[in-house]
Design a protein around this ligand. Structure first.
Ligand code: URP
Ligand code: ZN
Ligand code: ZN
Length: 459
């Protein structure tokens, strides 16, 4: 039995057209005018909806150990929340302990996700150090469908790599045809500033932002670009947050480096005033890079419109405010687990504050949230588009719905919402994953553990 979507206002990263779309089992079988139903087709009238490819979130952290605790969302709760918000694919980070084998971490992340994820998922591999064995393991990791490696220039003493490791990991990734993603903050400077601030009695959430100013991110971004240039290879910068770092991207683009950039809704819509909230509430937004002053937000939107920033991920990394954020960090901002929730509402936030605000058009919304991540991470055209033969990961977006985001109604497990009280317009009426309806008007209606691992190819 198939599904025939009639009168579908199809939006891709390039086009908009009203057509019919037939789903045959798990894939898109036909797109055209006046398609005639097959005898066993279910017919859905999509009139009034925007029909878009399911969202792809290229940056999530589910079931991750961080600073003495574990993220609140695992692959079951996190992917359910993603699904009702219109995201049908995530790419999470297998993150080894500093001395752990990459292959052990990969097995561990597959075990965390398989049978729990309700939408399809891929993995990136974090690489916290370099040696010859890591170089050998990287090849096996790629063979096993993980074609992107993240290195951290931040987090001294745990995940941060030095220039030698960065140089070697990037060189090896190039040999393997894999993409390197960089968390671009200078760990050494951050470490010194943290010590200085704490010594001066500055231990509050706002001091987290003071310890890692935009220049720290610009330095990391510039260094990563330098390495990519020397290796003559592409590069992906994760969660870019500042004008200063964006300027480095502009320079790189002018000199022909293929640098792909991701930002996140929090950097586009929030600013460092969140850290000043009373009752230590600012800890809810302790993440790295930190929220910036409001002027950076306009720069990031301009970066999107100008094409320098092509990807929007969430960096979803959720903790409870009570019991996790405050576990060790009450008197020391350096001990607050870094990360915020966000996996559910990426499409609605960018639709409301990007498309409806007039900053971007519908096609760019689809490109940022689905098509570009698919292209960059080896999933296109299987995911991220509405072509015949693509997986039937489809969202029927109801542009008339209005609501207010709140922890009272989100499906994430943690006890606060990073965008509490934000009004949004539009949400998925129906979400289909490989032809099955899994989300309907804010409810998850899919099957437990139905998500599949996506074996991804390189660039
Ligand atoms: O604060 C953040 N971003 N936490 C998640 C880990 C990372 O650096 O992406
Ligand atoms: Zn990061
Ligand atoms: Zn992250």
């Amino acid at each position: 039995m198939g599904i025939l979507l009639k009168n579908a206002d199809l939006i891709t990263d390039q086009t908009r057209s009203v057509q019919d779309l037939r789903i045959v089992e798990e894939v898109i079988g036909e797109v055209g005018q006046n398609l005639v139903p097959h005898h066993d087709d279910e017919i859905i009238d999509a009139a009034g909806m925007l029909v878009i490819p399911g969202g792809i979130d290229p940056h999530t952290h589910l079931d991750l150990k961080v600073m003495g605790t574990v993220t609140k969302d695992d692959f079951a709760s996190g992917t359910k929340a993603a699904a009702v918000g219109g995201t049908t694919t995530i790419i999470d980070f297998a993150t080894p302990e500093r001395d752990q084998s990459l292959l052990t971490a990969l097995d561990l992340w597959r075990a965390k996700a398989d049978g729990r994820a309700v939408i399809d998922y891929g993995l990136h591999m974090a690489v916290p150090r370099w040696n010859e064995r890591i170089g050998t393991e990287m090849e096996t990791v790629v063979d096993r469908g993980v074609s992107s490696f993240k290195i951290f220039l931040a987090y001294k003493g745990t995940l941060a790599v030095d220039d030698t490791a960065m140089y070697r990991v990037m060189g090896r990734a190039k040999e393997l045809g894999a993409l390197v993603m960089v968390h671009a903050e200078n760990a050494e400077i951050v470490w010194h500033r943290q010590r200085e601030l704490l010594a001066a009695g500055k231990n509050a959430p706002i001091d987290h932002a003071r310890s890692r100013p935009p220049a720290v991110e610009a330095d990391g971004t510039h260094r990563a670009i330098t390495m990519a240039r020397i290796h003559d290879m592409p590069l992906y910068i994760v969660h870019l947050s500042s004008f200063d770092a964006l300027r480095c991207i502009g320079d790189a683009a002018l000199s022909g480096v293929d640098v792909r950039v991701e930002t996140c809704p929090q950097y586009l819509l929030l600013d460092e005033r969140e850290y000043q909230r009373p009752n230590w509430e600012g800890a809810k937004w302790v993440m790295s890079p930190p929220l910036r002053t409001a002027d950076h937000r306009a720069a990031l939107w301009a970066g999107i419109r100008g094409g320098l920033i092509g990807h929007i991920g969430t960096d979803h990394c959720s903790f409870d405010f009570v019991g996790q954020k405050d576990l060790y960090g009450k008197d020391d901002f350096t001990r607050i687990p870094n990360g915020i929730p966000g996996i559910q509402d990426r499409l609605a936030l960018i639709y409301t504050y990007g498309v409806l605000a007039g900053s971007i058009d519908l096609q760019r919304w689809v490109a940022l949230c689905a098509t570009n991540p698919a292209r960059t991470f080896g999933l296109y055209p299987r995911k991220g588009t509405l072509q015949v033969g693509s997986d039937a990961d489809i969202v029927l977006w109801d542009p008339t719905w209005e609501g207010v985001l709140s922890a009272k109604t989100h499906l994430c497990r943690n006890d606060y919402h990073a965008f509490e009280g934000f009004s949004v317009r539009g949400r998925p009426h129906l979400v289909l994953s490989r032809g099955k309806v899994i989300g309907q008007d804010g409810q998850f209606v899919g099957a437990a553990g139905a998500g599949r691992f996506l074996h991804r190819k390189g660039l």
